[in-house]
Write a protein that binds this ligand. Structure first.
Ligand code: ADP
Length: 376
């Protein structure tokens, strides 16, 4: 196998930035394709091709210059990537996996076929019929392009039907959710698999964005073990092309069932805690996996809570409460270097660690109060 030295990334946002920060020390070089000059990854030492990560010519140019291609974002041009993969370009995870994951309905069908527990879903475009079969409330999801809840609607009654998506969707039963949890799992080209401890995700109700992640999740050990087993089954179900790190998002229902919601084929917000909480971060793990190296240990070293720093207002970023937040023990601030604030834009995150889990949560709430990224 060819030695992997230079890594190409489609997208140069915060995930690419953290891959670079975590693994330049292992001797890797990076080239990212991103439309914004001085994108977050380029600021920390990646070289950059300026252009859209959907542009086939720019993707081909990237492929010529690197030993492996990976992703910071999954909404990319898979047609060109499939073509390149057939010509022998190493792309991890495989664009065939992205094709499935980009289409939430295909994703659900694959999981169903593999016997993975998921909410009941229907490929049903007639919403009156869907309501009859699933009952109210039910959930309508766009098949393509949704993120941070943008493509998800809860249809509570007939009233809501007029505001529903008109096409390119599927429907599923509404789960009475006790907790939203996630498990990171990594796979190498040699088939080595490593599973991380379970996290619980807490959401900002205003924007429906996950804005707090706690590890360990406050759930029974037997449920945690079950969630890890399910994540293992998911990566096996994806098959050989599933190389790299994957985040498996799940619901723990009020009845105590664990159901898979969706898969992210890359480092994920729910895994940022690993930077300060685990033996091997999700970013180092991803790079180890795509470079065909042995995977690192995934143990949690200390209870960790991650909070997202979501933009407030619009304009040039100004950070409030920086020194005060840093004066608390066990506070690690990670900023993404974005030049412009927009409401709810992910500007950075903070990992708060403490040997006592109640203290972690308390301290995290304090940091949330103190620290703000505002636009000026
Ligand atoms: P996105 O990919 O945009 O994040 P998700 O499919 O993760 O979309 O859905 C966003 C949120 O909507 C979930 O985190 C959950 O809170 C809620 N949700 C999604 N599907 C269901 C469901 N079947 N039942 C209840 N709530 C759901």
């Amino acid at each position: 196998m060819k030695n992997i030295k230079t890594i190409g990334i489609l997208g140069g946002g915060q995930l690419a930035r953290m891959m670079v920060l975590e693994t330049k020390r292992l001797g890797f070089d990076f080239l990212v394709l991103d439309p914004t000059p001085a994108c977050p990854a380029a600021q920390v030492g990646a070289k950059q091709i300026i252009g859209s990560f959907k542009d086939p010519e720019k993707i081909a140019l990237l492929a010529e210059k690197v030993d492996v291609i990976t992703f910071d974002i999954e909404h990319v041009n898979t047609q060109k990537l499939n073509e390149l993969e057939q010509q022998g370009v190493v792309i991890r995870p495989s664009p065939k996996i992205l094709d499935i994951i980009q289409d939430k309905l295909k994703q659900k069908m694959l999981l169903k076929e593999a016997g993975i527990p998921i909410p009941r879903f229907l490929n049903q475009e007639d919403l009156t019929q869907a309501a009859k079969l699933l009952g109210y409330p039910f959930v309508q999801k766009l098949r393509h392009g949704g993120y941070d809840g943008q493509g998800v609607l809860v249809i509570k009654s007939e009233e809501d039907l007029k505001d529903a998506f008109k096409e390119n969707f599927y429907v599923e039963e509404a789960i009475a959710i006790e907790k939203e949890i996630a498990v990171l799992v990594a796979r190498s080209p040699q088939g080595e698999i490593k599973v991380y401890p379970v996290v619980e995700m807490l959401f900002d109700v205003r924007a429906n964005i996950c804005d707090e992640v706690l590890c360990p999740a406050r759930i029974d050990e037997s449920l945690a073990a079950k969630a890890q087993e399910i994540a293992f089954q998911v990566i096996e179900a994806l098959g050989e092309g599933a190389v790299g790190i994957f985040a498996v998002e799940m619901f723990l229902s009020k009845e105590g069932d664990i159901l898979v919601n969706e898969i992210a084929p890359r480092p994920h917000n729910s895994g940022h805690f690993t930077l300060d909480g685990c033996i091997t971060s999700q970013f180092e793990q991803h790079i180890r996996a795509i470079a065909g190296l042995p995977l690192g240990a995934t143990d949690l070293l200390i209870p960790t809570m991650m909070i997202n720093l979501l933009g407030e207002g619009q304009g040039t970023p100004v950070i409030e409460g920086f020194e005060e937040a840093l004066s608390l023990e066990g506070v690690h601030i990670h900023l993404y270097g974005k030049k412009e604030v927009r409401p709810f834009r992910k500007m950075g995150h903070v990992n708060i660690v403490d040997r006592n889990i109640d203290q972690v949560v308390k301290k995290a709430m304090k940091v949330k109060e103190i620290l703000h990224v505002k636009g000026e």
